[in-house]
Design a protein around this ligand. Structure first.
Ligand code: AHR
Length: 688
């Protein structure tokens, strides 16, 4: 660090001695004097230029920063829901995949039948005696890339079962096994279940594996000679988030809660639109008893050009009730997105793929009913269903997005009737429109004025962009119209050119770019990085914020950037100048980016400084406007840095890049520091 500083000083020494020699060589006294004054001016401003003086005016309290400012966006991509956040361990539990035994292996006599107890998931299996003395009838589920189980933890197995006509009390054995390719399989846990009912009945038993295994299988053997019929075969860890039975994976929700998100956008993304309208996300199919939530294709089963997951479906076990509950439990405002009647335009943009505007009413009614489901009285139709599911109190929905990444004239045409209907029945709901899939260009330029014309409350912008874009966009929102709709940066992530994966440098540029969101909090009200989750064995999109396998998860450097912003959000922007000029937030200022906020709840001043350059830089933080008896105390400096610009945390090394906090004192109102190259700093003091 010091070395580069010395080098700077030596360079200046050379320049100054040249000036001194020049001045000495002049004989005329007045000329000599004038030149000396001019030279002194240049020397002084040069020195100031290199100290990077950041002046924070603690009295100049600016825009309010919305509590929703930093949030999360969830989509079932990369096995984010089934196989991820949703803790169900059995794949195709209702035998409703198009090939009914997808995900299952069978031996002996197994038949798939229809007409079971759940009308929207009618298929079930019958297990009968194989007729061979050495062949036991059995079904085995492979889970999602195996079934992850931990030694000594409890797993709740449940199944709906019935004895077929003529059958007597029957017995099955439920096992967790570790398949061994070479020799015999090893049993991790086993339990017997006696089945005694001629009508469909739910049975339950707990399994406790004796060893940990990331790729176990679930086996169900028919033990007795009498046949049995099985439906909705399920296995959950008992220790889910808050121990909910239809629960979520604890480590993954904990990661969300630790982000302190202000808003939670769900359920997508492109899956809202579906591959076509038939497979769009229909929230009404995702509520009520899980056994009767119909299966839907996942639009992400195929990603151009190389990834194909034919068995990627949505069980809807994680549905809208669970999304609202999760938002509440992690303290985030729920922000659902509903279909606007346009199919995914990337996949299917023929006019006949979309609903004609005149036929939009059922879609509009879905949006209105959703508001009632979230907020309605327990006596309302949909509020009653919410109450029956366990939440009589409203979820206090405030925001609703209509459409995801739509574009073209068809989008405003479809959006307009939604807006009219929602404004009429629920004027308090804030409506979010879209500026399409691009961060600039023809669609963006067309859609923003359209969103203004339609008077949406917020416009959802998406930008998955390279490093050069993030470096140059720190001042993007400085130029925005303050009177129009507010901005929701609903999906964004930085990636390197040809390096579409998580790495520290990309996250550093996200941090730099976010100074611009923060400084423009009067116009930017929400921002959510995307995508959120990815399974290491089944991803379709990179980079992502949190990676996981069947047992563990890892928080990336981008995660820590988001967390540092959310935990240090502040309530108001503070005025900040760099070298006498308002911070422009682009690469022009020595690669330095900064923003300052005040948190009125605890009278804290927070300054974020990001050095995106490859050199350490001297920075002076000067706090103007402090009263005579006011001091900045309890100072901390948190830094996020890595010597490996192209690396990120991994499951094997989850804390390679991790925020480090230290104490920092300030004497008076000025702090002179040298900020390391490629580092994100958060400075924080309490004003007393
Ligand atoms: O986040 C991945 C995808 O990116 C989302 O589904 C979509 O909205 C965008 O194109």
């Amino acid at each position: 660090m010091k070395q580069s500083c010395l080098t700077n000083t030596q360079e200046h020494e050379n320049e100054y001695s040249f000036i001194r020699q020049l001045v000495n060589s002049l004989t005329h006294f007045r000329m000599k004097y004038k030149l000396l004054v001019i030279a002194t001016f240049f020397v002084v401003s040069d020195v100031f230029g290199h100290t990077n003086e950041m002046v924070i005016n603690t009295k100049e309290i600016q825009a309010t920063i919305q509590p929703t400012m930093y949030g999360v966006f969830f989509e079932d991509i990369n096995y984010g829901a089934d196989g991820g956040l949703y803790a169900e361990l059995v794949k195709n539990r209702s035998f409703e995949f198009p090939q009914h035994l997808m995900g299952w292996k069978t031996s002996g006599k197994v038949e798939v039948l229809s007409g079971g107890p759940f009308e929207r998931n009618p298929h079930y299996v019958r297990l009968s005696n194989s007729g061979h003395p050495h062949k036991q009838t059995c079904i085995e589920n492979e889970g999602y890339f195996g079934i992850g189980v931990k030694q000594g933890e409890e797993y709740r197995f449940s199944v709906w079962a019935r004895l077929p006509e003529g059958s007597q009390t029957s017995k099955i054995q439920v096992e967790l096994v570790q398949p061994d390719s070479k020799a015999e399989t090893q049993t991790l846990a086993a339990q017997n279940l006696i089945l005694d009912s001629k009508v469909w009945k739910k049975y339950q038993v707990t399994l406790k594996p004796k060893t940990t295994n990331a790729h176990a299988m679930l086996r169900i053997f028919l033990v007795s000679p009498h046949p049995v019929e099985l439906e909705h075969v399920s296995l959950f860890p008992v220790d889910t988030w808050k121990k909910h039975e239809n629960g979520l994976r604890k480590d993954l929700v904990q990661a969300l809660a630790d982000l302190h998100p202000g808003v939670f956008r769900f359920p997508g993304g492109c899956i809202v639109e579906g591959t076509d309208l038939e497979t769009r996300y229909e929230w009404k199919n995702t509520i009520g008893p899980v056994e009767n939530r119909p299966l839907n294709e996942n639009r992400w089963h195929y990603t151009f050009p190389h990834r194909f997951y034919p068995d990627y479906y949505q069980s809807y076990g994680l549905g809208f009730y669970e999304f609202f509950l999760l938002s509440e439990e992690i303290g985030a405002e729920p922000l659902p997105v509903v279909s606007c009647g346009l199919a995914c335009q990337f996949q299917n943009n023929r006019p006949e793929a979309h609903v004609p505007v005149a036929e939009l009413q059922p879609y509009i009614q879905d949006a209105l009913d959703l508001i009632e489901f979230a907020n309605g009285d327990v006596n309302s139709i949909w509020g009653k269903i919410r109450a029956e599911m366990g939440h009589p109190a409203p979820f206090h929905l405030k925001f609703l997005a209509i459409g995801n990444e739509q574009w073209g004239p068809e989008y405003p045409e479809h959006l307009e009737p939604f807006i009219k209907a929602i404004r009429k029945s629920y004027p308090e709901i804030r409506i979010i429109g879209s500026s399409g899939p691009d961060s600039e260009g023809a669609q963006f330029d067309y859609l923003w004025p359209e969103m203004k014309r339609l008077q949406v409350d917020l416009v959802d912008e998406h930008f998955y962009r390279p490093e050069s874009w993030f470096l140059s966009q720190g001042n993007r929102y400085d130029r925005y119209d303050r009177r129009g709709p507010k901005v929701f940066a609903g999906e964004y992530a930085c990636h390197g050119k040809g390096k579409k994966w998580n790495h520290f440098y990309a996250s550093l540029l996200e941090a730099a770019f976010m100074t611009g969101l923060e400084r423009n909090a009067d116009v930017v009200h929400m921002a959510t990085y995307a995508p959120l989750f990815a399974h290491v064995d089944g991803w379709q999109w990179r980079p992502d914020m949190i990676w996981f396998d069947n047992l563990n998860s890892v928080r990336t450097a981008s995660y820590y950037v988001q967390q540092l912003y959310a935990k240090n959000r502040g309530t108001n922007v503070l005025s900040l100048t760099m070298n006498g000029k308002p911070v422009a937030g682009n690469e022009g200022q020595n690669g330095l980016f900064a923003s300052a906020v005040w948190d009125k709840s605890n009278n804290t001043i927070i300054v974020k400084v990001i050095n995106t350059s490859d050199k350490p830089q001297p920075v002076s933080l000067v706090f103007n406007g402090l009263k005579k008896n006011e001091r900045l105390t309890n100072g901390t400096c948190t830094r996020l840095q890595s010597e490996y610009l192209e690396k990120d945390n991994t499951l094997d090394d989850p804390t390679l890049i991790y925020p480090q906090e230290s104490i920092i004192d300030i004497n008076g109102n000025r702090l002179d520091v040298e900020v390391d190259a490629f580092t994100f700093f958060v400075y924080k003091w309490v004003k007393k």
